[in-house]
Design a protein around this ligand. Sequence first.
Ligand code: NAP
Length: 323
Amino acid sequence: MDPKCWRVELNDGHFIPVLGFGTYATEEVPKSKALEATKLAIDAGFRHIDSAHWYNNEKEVGQAIRSKIEDGTVKREDIFYTSKLWITFLRPDLVQPALENSLKNLQLDYVDLYIIHFPTALKPGVKLLPEDEQGKVIIDAVDLCATWAAMEKCKDAGLTKSIGVSNFNRRQLEKILNKPGLKYKPVCNQVECHPYLNQSKLLDFCKSKDIVLVVYGALGTQRVKGWVDQSSPVLLDDPVLCAMAKRYERTPALIALRYQLQRGVVVLVKSYNEKRIKENMQVFEFQLTLEDMEVLDGLNRNLRYVLFKKAADHPEYPFSDEY
Ligand code: NAP
């Protein structure tokens, strides 16, 4: 099976490859690594690439995509590229300029998917995480429906093929879906998801509305200090996952990725390591039994690694609701 053919249809008629390459790395990692890893990922067969203004690597990721087009490995239309609207740009008048800025960094004419990164608007300005003297983030009052209308205009302007959201809870999705005069539904909701946080209720809700769930942190996230509690359990060390991996003669990472594909979600995976980038493509080479899928479902403990606690007081903080 050619992995490039593994795609699902979005509610606007475009197609998204079910396996995506995550490009986020912390600021300590040289940006040249994003360039190198994205080229390796395309060579390995990844056709879906996920980045964001927040990752501060769109220049390098764009360069990687363009170099793989120039050397004939892919055509632009073979690549599905996602960018994200950062939360200091949620005011409607800032949305299109933010996307145009991403396109300028990428040196691309369009993105395939543009998503609202997080529902909590912060004060616009040069700082991506504006804070007051007490170190609290400075909230901006923006109606998410107004942001959404500006996202719709970006699609109409041809700057993005599809539009969606990320880290939205059910209430916030419903808010958009019930928006008076809604022109386009979100095609996806990108959220943290793995066997310790399987998001089964949000997944069922999204499926019922023809919204694709795109999952990040499928391997338990990068456990970035300051973002993830360092004492939380390490997903890939889970004994059940490890025993299952042994039985399938695969790695725990591959079991965690395959689990997502069999649930009908789109899964992102980040690696900057050539061996692991290639390994992750093996997710298409085997299948988990229904019994093992149930065992993995049973590992759920509603453990969210990335809480973005700094925004916990925001009226649109998404993680206070059950889902
Ligand atoms: P992840 O995909 O869960 O991966 C975590 C770590 O696993 C990586 O740092 C990687 O390290 C390692 N890894 C990769 N393949 C492996 C394998 N086969 N065996 C063992 N270890 C392996 O991490 P993530 O970056 O948190 O999530 C993926 C992507 O989702 C991000 O890069 C980003 O594009 C997106 N994301 C979105 C949001 C959002 O708010 N929308 C939030 C977080 C992430 P090595 O590089 O050393 O291989």
